[in-house]
Design a protein around this ligand. Structure first.
Ligand code: AMP
Length: 370
């Protein structure tokens, strides 16, 4: 029987996974080997679309031709579009449904609904899976945030259909994370899923019982993620350099270096940052302690959301049996420490936090295929 794939259709990155010898495995890009597909789409002057890493890179130079993070617009109306969104994109709501207008850079435009944009990402993942498996892929399990309402879920199903995929099931992302860790096999457990991605933070409290998962509460912040930690590091670098006038190019160099330094500081105590600035190359050092101090309030904000989610679920931190880390930014040591301190137990972090949701989707696909 043809295989069913599991897909994490993420805000920043998307992944596809499949069961292989009774274990879920990510299907990476056959060319670059990268497991992640940036959730980016960019319109070219010839009317075709770039999807993934090339689209993400083109977006830096041609923002109006490109769209990142389309997930935020799935199944919602114009009232969910904020100031920052309007600065980045033109929107159209003529036919009642929200659509994004992309300008190809040479006078042409195309107007796409969010499900249409997402379908381009899904199509790319479908192609990736077909190349890896050597067979046609037509059926998928796709994950969605636990807080998605009916119209957001329907928009995700529509995206699948447009991509030529029969969406057998939508699975909540925190539930998928629990599946990846095999927690569904336990008779009963209270699970907290702490998901800190590049731009968003979600926390969910799940009750697992006899293989079923009930979402007791969700919380989070749609404008809090790894990017905010990058900004704090960028400010630290600027402080060391002195001065307050930065060209766009120099700022881009600083931000890039800050993101890399942030990753490095997850492994070492001191990161060395090389900055090829317009006025000459500078080499700085940043310590993990300085980074932790500069980002402590961000970590505290995630804990405040956890406190609220527990309250909404009518539970306390000590009632939680298992804590799962999801999202690349949970690699930050201070975040891990804070989560462990808050819940009073070591979180599950063995599975790559970027891949855990897609792996769980593949486990669900495996269950559906029997
Ligand atoms: P996601 O949206 O889950 O892919 O998360 C991406 C975020 O994780 C970005 O802000 C990355 O900079 C961040 N990230 C990835 N790897 C690391 C790392 N080793 N240490 C700290 N942050 C990381």
């Amino acid at each position: 029987m043809a295989r069913i794939v599991g897909i994490d259709l993420g805000t920043t990155n998307s992944l596809v996974a499949v069961m292989h010898d009774d274990r879920p495995k990510i299907l990476p890009d056959p060319h670059s080997g990268s497991p992640l597909l940036p959730s980016a789409v960019s319109l070219l002057p010839d009317g075709t679309f770039l999807v993934g890493e090339s689209a993400r890179r083109r977006a830096a130079l041609h923002p109006h031709a490109s769209i990142l993070s389309v997930k935020r617009f799935m199944g919602v109306g114009l009232e969910h579009v904020d100031e920052q969104d309007r600065r980045e994109h033109a929107f159209d709501q003529a036919a009642g449904a929200l659509r994004v207008v992309l300008q190809d850079g040479s006078g042409g435009t195309q107007t796409l609904s969010p499900p249409e944009v997402s379908s381009l990402i899904l199509r790319e993942l479908k192609r990736r899976a077909e190349t890896a498996l050597g067979e046609e892929v037509t059926r998928a399990v796709i994950t969605v945030p636990a807080y998605f309402n009916d119209s957001q879920r329907q928009a995700t199903r529509d995206a699948g259909r447009l991509a030529g995929l029969d969406v057998l099931r939508l699975v909540n992302e925190p539930t998928a994370a629990a599946l990846a860790y095999g927690l569904d096999k336990q008779e009963e457990a209270l699970v907290a899923v702490f998901d800190l991605g590049g731009g968003t933070f979600d926390v969910s409290i799940l009750q697992l019982r006899e293989g079923l998962s009930e979402v007791l509460s969700t919380g989070g912040d749609t404008r809090l993620g790894g990017d905010d930690f990058d900004r704090r590091l960028t400010a630290l670098l600027q402080e060391q350099l002195g001065g307050d006038q930065w060209s766009a190019e120099d700022l881009a160099i600083l931000r890039d270096a800050a993101e890399r330094a942030k990753r490095e500081l997850s492994a070492v105590e001191v990161a060395t940052v090389e900055l090829p600035l317009s006025g000459g190359t500078r080499i700085l050092q940043v310590t993990r302690d300085a980074f932790d101090a500069a980002s402590a309030d961000l970590v505290e904000r995630t804990l405040a959301r956890c406190r609220q989610a527990l309250k909404d679920a009518g539970r306390q931190a000590r009632d939680v049996d298992h804590v799962i880390l999801v999202g690349g930014a949970t690699r930050i040591p201070a975040v891990r420490r804070a989560v462990e301190g808050f819940f009073g137990k070591a979180p599950y972090a063995d599975i790559d936090p970027d891949a855990v949701v897609a792996l769980g989707a593949a486990v669900q696909a495996g269950i559906l295929s029997g």
